[in-house]
Design a protein around this ligand. Structure first.
Ligand code: AMP
Ligand code: AMP
Length: 226
C-alpha cells in the first residue's frame, strides 16, 4: 500500500514537472516594429515622450513569444516584475528605439513594463529581463526597415504604395517575408502600421514565418510622414 502511494506521488511529481516544462515552451518570436506616424495619425492620437519627439524611424513595439498554432502565452510570471535597474545600461537605446507614444506623455517605463509582464515573462527561461530588451534592440539594428524601404523608393511622405512592393523590398533585403499590419488614419485610409518578422525561439536568427497573425491591409497603403 505504502509502495503504491509512493509510486503515485512520484507520478504526480513527474506530471507536475512535465506541465511546468510544457507551459514554459513557445515556438518562435514575433519581432514587431511600428511606424510612429501611423500610431499618431489614427483616431487614438498620441503623446510624445517626455524627452521629445522620437526620430522619424520605425520603433520597437515588442518581441512576442508565440505558438505554431497562432496562439501565444501571456503574463507568465507574476513573480518577475519589470525592474528598471536591470536595464539601466540600455536606457539611452531604449529611449531612442522603443519610445512610448501613449498618452499621457511618459518616459517609456509603463510601456516597457507592460511588454515585459505580458510577453517577456513568457520567454524568461531563455532570455532574462536584461537580455530580452537587449535582444530586441539588437534585432532592430539587424533590420533597418526605413533604410530598406527608402532604398526601394518607398518613402514616408503620405503617398500610397502597393502592399506587394513593400513586402518585396523587405524580402529582397532580408531574405524573409514580413507580415504587414495596417491601421486606418482619420480619413479611413489603410496605412502601414507594424511590420512583423519571425525570430527563432532563442532570439538569435530571423526566420520565415509559418503562421501569420490576422488582419487585412488594402492593396495600396499609405506611408504617412512623421
Ligand atoms: P501588446 O499588449 O504587447 O500586444 O501591445 C498592445 C498595447 O501596446 C496596446 O495597449 C497599445 O495601445 C500599446 N502600444 C502600442 N504601441 C505603443 C507605443 N508606441 N507606445 C505605447 N503603447 C503602445
Ligand atoms: P491575400 O492578398 O490575402 O490573398 O494574400 C496573398 C498572400 O499575401 C498570402 O500569402 C498572404 O499570407 C500574404 N499576405 C496577405 N496580407 C498580408 C499582409 N498584410 N502582410 C504580409 N503578408 C500578407
Amino acid at each position: 500500500m505504502r509502495h503504491n502511494i509512493s509510486i503515485l506521488i512520484n507520478l504526480l511529481i513527474i506530471q507536475g514537472l512535465a506541465v511546468l516544462v510544457v507551459s514554459q515552451g513557445f515556438d518562435f518570436f514575433y519581432f514587431v516594429q511600428q511606424w510612429p506616424g501611423s500610431y499618431c495619425d489614427s483616431k487614438q492620437s498620441c503623446c510624445y515622450p517626455k524627452s521629445g519627439k522620437p526620430a522619424s524611424d520605425f520603433s520597437i513595439h515588442g518581441l512576442w513569444p508565440n505558438y505554431q498554432d497562432g496562439s501565444y502565452p501571456s503574463n507568465c510570471d507574476p513573480d518577475s516584475p519589470f525592474d528598471q535597474s536591470k536595464i539601466s545600461d540600455l536606457a539611452g537605446r531604449m529611449q531612442e528605439d522603443w519610445p512610448s507614444l501613449a498618452c499621457p506623455s511618459s518616459d517609456g517605463l509603463i510601456f516597457w513594463s507592460h511588454e515585459w509582464d505580458k510577453h517577456g515573462t513568457c520567454s524568461e527561461f531563455v532570455l532574462d529581463q536584461h537580455d530580452y530588451f537587449a535582444t530586441a534592440l539588437n534585432l532592430k539594428k539587424q533590420v533597418d526597415f526605413l533604410q530598406i524601404l527608402t532604398n526601394a523608393g518607398i518613402n514616408p511622405n503620405g503617398e500610397f504604395y502597393s502592399l506587394e512592393s513593400i513586402k518585396d523590398a523587405i524580402k529582397g533585403a532580408t531574405g524573409y517575408s514580413p507580415w504587414i499590419e495596417c491601421n486606418i488614419d482619420e480619413s479611413s485610409n489603410s496605412q502601414l502600421y507594424q511590420i512583423y518578422m519571425c525570430v527563432d525561439n532563442s532570439g538569435t536568427n530571423i526566420t520565415e514565418c509559418d503562421v501569420l497573425p490576422h488582419g487585412k491591409c488594402a492593396s495600396e497603403i499609405k506611408f504617412p510622414s512623421f
